[in-house]
Each structure stands twice: as C-alpha cells, then as structure tokens.
Design a protein around this ligand. Structure first.
Ligand code: BGP
Length: 463
C-alpha cells in the first residue's frame, strides 16, 4: 500500500526557543531559567537550559541539516525573555531582534517555512514575581503587547504563527501536578489561569487582525495537545468521567480557540463547585471574536479515564480529578523510556473529531514523537544511530493520519518533535527525540537513520 499525502504537505519538525537556543546573551529569565539557577538538582543529571542544543550559535548549520533531511517547514518559538527587555514598555533587545531575524531569514533562504510560536511554557519570572503570572489579567495585556511587537518585527516574512504551545500543560505543570515552577497545587488558580491563557491568546489574535497580518497572507493558530479521553467501559459512570476529563483537558482550550466560547457544561460544573473564573463581558467578547485560523495538534499519548473508585482527596481543595481517575489499561503498548502509551489510532480519532465537531478547520500535527534513552547503544559501525523504533512509530501514526485525511479531515502537515535532540523541561537530555543526534560533550550533530528515511518520505510526499 502506498500512502500519498495532499499537495504541499508540511514535512517538518518542531522545537522551542528555551529548549534549543541556550541562554547565551539572554539577560531576562523565564521560570525555567530561574528554577534551574535555584534548584539544579530538580533537573535530570543537573543539566539545565544554559546550553541546550546551542541553536543560538549553530542555527545556520542546524537549518542546513534540517534542509538536508527534507524538512520543508520548521517550528520554533520566540522567547519573550530574549526579545523583550522591558515587559511593560516592550522595549526590545537588539541582539534578540537580530537573532530571530537571522533564524527566519535562514529558514526562508533554505525554502523552509518558518512557523513561529510565541509562548512555550516560558513565562518571564519577573511577571510571576510581580503579578502571579497567568493568574493576572495584566499579564494577558503584556503578552498581547509582546505578540504585537513580534508581528511588527517579523510578520513580513513569517506567515504562520501560534500564540501558545500546550497551554493546558501550564495548568498541569504550574498549578496541578507540580512539573513546572512554582509547583503549586491549586485547582481554583488553575481555572483562573485557564481563562486568562485563553484571553491572552485572543488578545494576541486581535492584535494580529488589527495590524492586517491576515490581509498579507498571515494565519494564526494555537497549538494544543489533544489527548483523546477514552473511557474504561461504556458504563454511564466511565463515560461521564472521560467526558469531564475531555472538557477539562482538551475542550477548555479547543472550544474557545475554534468557537470563541467555553463548553457550557464545563462552565456549569465549575460554577456549581464554586471555582469558576473571574471574567467580564468585555473579556468574553474578546475571546468570542478572536478565534484561530488553523490549529496545531500535538499528539503523543491518549488519556484513559474511569469513574472514581477511591474517594477524592480534598486536602488540596478542588481539583478536576474529583471527577475521574486515570485508567491504567492492561496490555497497552508503552514507550518505557517516557512511560507514555503508544496508540497511533488516536490520531485518526482526533482527525475525525476536528472534522465533525470543529468545522473541519485546517490543522496539522505540530508535534508527535518518541523519546528514547540510551540511543547511543543503537549506533552502527559508521556511528549512525539506527532508530528503527522511531521510523516505525512515525509510520504507524502517519498511516492513521492518512486515513483521516482520506476521509476528509483538513490536515496539511506532520511535524516531528524534534529536528535535533533538545533539552526537555524536567528530563533534560534523558530522552532523545530528534532526527538528528546531539553529542552533549562537543555539541556535534549527526543525522540518525530516521532523518535519512524522512528525507525520502518528504521527497515522495508519502511512503
Ligand atoms: C511536549 C512539549 C515539548 C516537548 C515534548 C516532549 O509536551 O510541547 O516541549 O518537551 O512534549 O516531552 P518531554 O520533553 O517531556 O519528554
């Protein structure tokens, strides 16, 4: 069977500023820079974001390598803390402006479409310390100012934008499950941050439209990790558990992004539980009027839910977990390095969901991938990592994506996480995801077998 993808399909890969650039010449700190400086032991092997994959210095060589493995599009993010010197006035760092200009120009020179995201978990620490970050409405205004500045500087060449990457992870990391600084456990604050992140995204989109970026061919999106919620069984209790999980972890961003409003059932539930966010009619209107042009969908693993079997522990106050428990499905396939389930069919289910329930809005897979520890062990005699597991992983997902597209879903691309092994938030360099390997000792980079394979897929627009 041959799988051919639509014309002009994006064959690409994604990274983020904080995970690839290194902190060179960056003065302002984001929450991860700050966290690492204060508690380096919280990061795998004590490795922080200081050097990352050295993209700040090697972007030219890195982009040339990306070109050589057939990437026609590439996403990264602009670090708020690299571009902006003063968050209130939006005064810029010239070095930051020059760096992002160079990256964008280098992509274009290589016929690689730059896709630029504006926030990848990297809240400036100053805005957390002064205003409590995403709990604050003022920060949504500062984000919109930063977005406007980025559009002014780069939208003549960048046509594809994203406001946020995986905003739900900000809630999970900062406010629910302690993966990110400041490791708070507070469901009510998480709910407020959810509203404010939606508002910040809408305000950035409003700037984009006010500046006429759309009229010049620009399009703006949000990148969501849509993890389909599968119920343990068809019992009413399990179905309800999965549906609430879906509302809280997917639809809380998906519905406002596409339709400009939150799921009514979710709003009712939060009101009944006394944890609904504070908002004004004016803010609701901004969210309502400023929806996305397309969606980026990150997909790694599904979520499986069951009705609660153990009483909910109220000691931390309200949490969405009040309504479901994680269901550990027997026999599931798992990537043992990361502990994540591998379930490629979910990509098809996502494509149907977008087609049937979200106006068949244009979308692409903005991240998918497999993090593996100890890849050095797969080196052949020529020093190339033979990552057959990754090739198989990508193919399995592409087959289901292809089926979704055949059945009419409006998907226009596939990006792997990530082009070159990059730094990860908590795991540092434990698990490697790239088409290209990174030697942490000397920063040398070598194409893996999957990179050579992807070049052929990209050249043939399928496999
Ligand atoms: C996504 C993030 C990426 C990246 C990836 C892999 O959720 O958008 O930034 O890190 O996951 O996950 P991890 O690095 O935690 O293994």
């Amino acid at each position: 069977m041959k799988y051919t993808f639509p014309n002009n399909f994006w064959w690409g890969a994604a990274t983020s500023g904080p995970q690839s650039e290194g902190r060179f010449n960056k003065v302002n700190k984001n929450i991860f820079d700050y966290w690492f400086d204060n508690e380096p032991e919280k990061f795998h092997n004590g490795i922080g974001p200081n050097v990352a994959s050295n993209f700040y210095h090697s972007y030219k060589e890195d982009i040339a390598m990306m070109k050589s493995i057939g990437l026609n599009s590439f996403r990264t993010s602009i670090q708020w803390t690299r571009l902006i010197k003063d968050f209130e006035t939006c005064e810029v760092y010239e070095d930051g402006v020059n760096f992002y200009n160079s990256v964008i120009n280098e992509c274009i020179k290589n016929d690689i479409i730059p896709v630029i995201n504006l926030n990848h978990f990297d809240l400036p620490i100053e805005l957390y310390e002064k205003y409590n970050g995403w709990e604050s409405k003022h920060v949504t205004d500062l984000f919109a100012k930063f977005a406007k500045k980025a559009f002014e500087l780069f939208s003549d060449r960048v046509k594809y934008w994203a406001t946020f990457n995986e905003p739900i992870v900000v809630l999970e990391g900062q406010y629910l499950y302690k993966h990110h600084y400041p490791q708070i456990v507070d469901g009510k604050k998480a709910v407020q941050a959810a509203y404010n992140l939606n508002l910040a995204s809408a305000k950035a989109i409003r700037e984009f439209r006010n500046m006429g970026c759309n009229k010049e061919g620009g399009k703006i999106s949000i990148i969501l990790n849509l993890t389909p919620s599968y119920p343990r069984s068809n019992s009413n209790e399990d179905l309800r558990a999965a549906s609430i999980r879906d509302m809280f972890f997917n639809r809380i961003f998906l519905d406002p992004a596409v339709y400009g409003k939150f799921p009514e059932e979710l709003v009712e539930l939060l009101k009944n539980d006394g944890v609904i966010w504070e908002s004004t009619e004016e803010e609701d209107r901004i969210i309502n009027e400023n929806t996305v042009d397309f969606l980026g969908v990150n997909y790694y693993q599904p979520s499986r839910a069951k009705a609660r079997e153990e009483a909910f522990d109220e000691s931390n106050g309200w949490m969405p977990d009040k309504y479901f428990e994680f269901y550990d499905m027997p026999g599931k396939k798992i990537n043992t390095h990361r502990g994540w389930e591998i379930y490629p069919k979910a990509i098809y289910d996502i494509s149907k969901n977008i087609k049937e329930n979200y106006n068949n809005i244009p979308w692409y897979i903005s991240e998918n991938g497999m993090g593996v520890e100890g890849e050095e062990g797969f080196k052949n005699s020529e020093g190339i990592i033979e990552d057959n597991y990754r090739i198989e992983f990508i193919m399995d997902h592409l087959v289901w994506l292809h089926k979704g597209i055949e059945e009419g879903s409006n998907c226009f691309g596939y990006h792997l996480w990530t082009p070159i092994d990059c730094w990860s938030w908590n795991n540092s360099y434990k698990n490697r995801y790239g088409f290209i390997s990174l030697n942490l000792d000397d920063q040398s980079k070598i194409i893996k077998k999957s990179g050579y394979w992807f070049k052929i897929v990209s050249d043939n627009n399928g496999f």
